[in-house]
Design a binder for this molecule. Structure first.
Ligand code: BG6
Length: 494
């Protein structure tokens, strides 16, 4: 890590009273301060629509940090950061606010010696992105000199390829690609960063990492929560735009990519985007065969009753929005020809878990294995909540019989008490300050993800779904099993 980098900057957060800022951004900033990673010359301009003073905002921020931070609240640490937080109330759609903001930013900049460097963080609903960028351009940024400015854009980046292209064209008018950070917080998770290390730093994985030895790959991300208070946003997104277009396809690209020439940002992104480009298009004709969508109805879990999606706040009672998606995906290249990647993600499942299962091919019937059906080897990369690697292989059961049984090795990275993995946002915010965009999506990654997703969404339009089709607290619609049964396979539950 280059310790000589000048990290001085002001973090300008649009949407500072929202959930994301309270749960993720403020705790991440506190955690960075806790580890003494923030520069002395640092400040935060928190912007929201609600009227309040900086002092009131600091009190709210304190509570949020106390509740959500991974490090305990230490008053001394908080004192170091809290006086650098300012609040500005403004209507994102009116120019007056931006004129005022520019003046305030200048004052704060001088007070905290942040040298005019800015990170503009869009933690607002996607429909505001464009307007804010335009207004910043006109009233704030053109007055800035000799400083760097970066923009962080939350997902979803657009709602289809066309809108994403338009949004991108607006961004490039103001920010260079190298200063545009399209955040996908999954890329900041420890085990996602570990995927490349596991693959490329171990002789016993990489030579087998191809269609000759791998039978199929299953990527599952389940959540126990429903849409909570995000019905308004979720109605327009659904699981496909909310999870698949970003997080799930990023996982596919990390698992599927070729080794990059070096660890340079662009070399890694070049390899990732090749995977996204090679995704076999799911057309209208084969959408039925390769996809399953679902929506949760009312249900129970652990003695608790849950509403159905259509009963949630700000959700239409006739909503056709999917809260569950399962896909059968192929990467059309030499390494992966014929290997299905099965992907599934859903809300209101029995538990929260994200994992990748690599199922190896079965051993041919030779030697004394003849009369046995051997279990295939499995490699499981556990992303969350447990972080680690699980490996299943066959061994002889102790005893006089020649009995073969599956045994396992289970490495858990975050089970030891002294390992407290950084939160994704902590790592990512720090990377923005350092100007390292490796763990952010480049425009073409977003573009090719949308190309793939748009085609499925188009296909879905042709047929009205019969929703709800799974009960809250269960593992999703039963068609999900058929998706694999057709291939004479099944979902593996470790
Ligand atoms: C977000 C989605 O990007 O990821 C949410 O918008 C989802 O709907 C969340 O709940 C899941 O993230 P994590 O880190 O809890 O797996």
């Amino acid at each position: 890590m280059d310790t000589n980098l000048d990290l001085s900057c002001t973090l300008v957060i649009f949407g500072a009273t929202g959930d994301l800022t309270h749960r993720k951004l403020l705790p991440a900033i506190y955690n960075l301060q806790y580890q003494r990673l923030l520069p002395e010359a640092f400040s935060i301009m928190a912007i929201g629509r609600k009227d309040k003073t900086s002092n009131t905002y600091r009190e709210e921020a304190y509570k949020a940090v106390k509740k959500f931070s991974r490090f305990p609240m230490e008053e001394e640490v908080w004192k170091d950061i809290s006086h650098k937080i300012y609040y500005e109330s403004m209507n994102f759609l009116e120019k007056e606010g931006y004129i005022e903001l520019q003046k305030r930013l200048q004052i704060i900049d001088e007070k905290h010696h942040t040298k005019g460097n800015k990170i503009y963080y869009m933690a607002v609903a996607p429909e505001y992105f464009q307007h804010i960028i335009d207004a910043l351009h006109k009233h704030v940024i053109n007055k800035e000199e000799k400083s760097w400015r970066r923009i962080v854009i939350e997902k979803p980046f657009g709602r289809d390829l066309e809108s994403a292209k338009y949004l991108n064209s607006k961004i490039v008018e103001v920010f260079q690609e190298k200063n545009t950070y399209r955040i996908d917080h999954y890329l900041g998770k420890e085990m996602l960063q570990n995927i490349m290390v596991l693959r490329f730093a171990n002789m016993f994985f990489e030579p087998l990492w191809n269609s000759k030895y791998i039978d199929n790959i299953q990527i599952s991300s389940s959540e126990r929560v429903g849409v909570e208070n995000r019905g308004g946003y979720y109605e327009k997104a659904g699981a496909m735009r909310d999870m698949v277009q970003s997080h799930m396809l990023q996982l596919v690209s990390l698992i599927g990519m070729e080794p990059p020439n070096d660890l340079d940002t662009e070399s890694i992104r070049n390899e990732k985007v090749k995977v996204l480009k090679a995704l076999k298009k799911i057309t209208q004709e084969d959408v039925q065969e390769n996809t399953v969508r679902g929506q949760y109805g009312p249900g129970q879990l652990g003695g608790e009753s849950f509403l159905g999606y259509r009963e949630e706040e700000r959700v239409s009672v006739t909503s056709d929005t999917e809260t569950y998606v399962a896909l059968r995906v192929f990467i059309e290249n030499f390494r992966w020809a014929g290997v299905p990647f099965y992907i599934r993600t859903g809300k209101r499942m029995p538990q929260k878990s994200t994992e990748i299962i690599i199922q190896f091919k079965s051993i041919e019937n030779i030697l004394y294995f003849k009369e046995k059906i051997l279990q295939p080897n499995l490699l499981v990369i556990r992303i969350q909540p447990r972080e680690g690697v699980f490996f299943r292989f066959n061994a002889k059961e102790p005893g006089t019989q020649q009995k073969i049984i599956p045994v396992q090795m289970d490495f858990c990275q975050n089970c030891q008490l002294d390992i407290n993995s950084p939160e994704a946002y902590e790592r990512l915010l720090y990377d923005v300050m350092r100007g390292d965009s490796t763990l952010f999506a480049r425009w073409d990654e977003v573009e090719y993800s949308w190309r793939f997703v748009d085609s499925i969404l188009e296909g879905w339009k042709k047929q009205k779904p019969v929703f709800p089709n799974y009960e809250a607290g269960t593992w999703g619609p039963k068609e999900t099993d058929l998706l694999l049964q057709k291939d004479k396979r099944g979902w593996i539950n470790i």
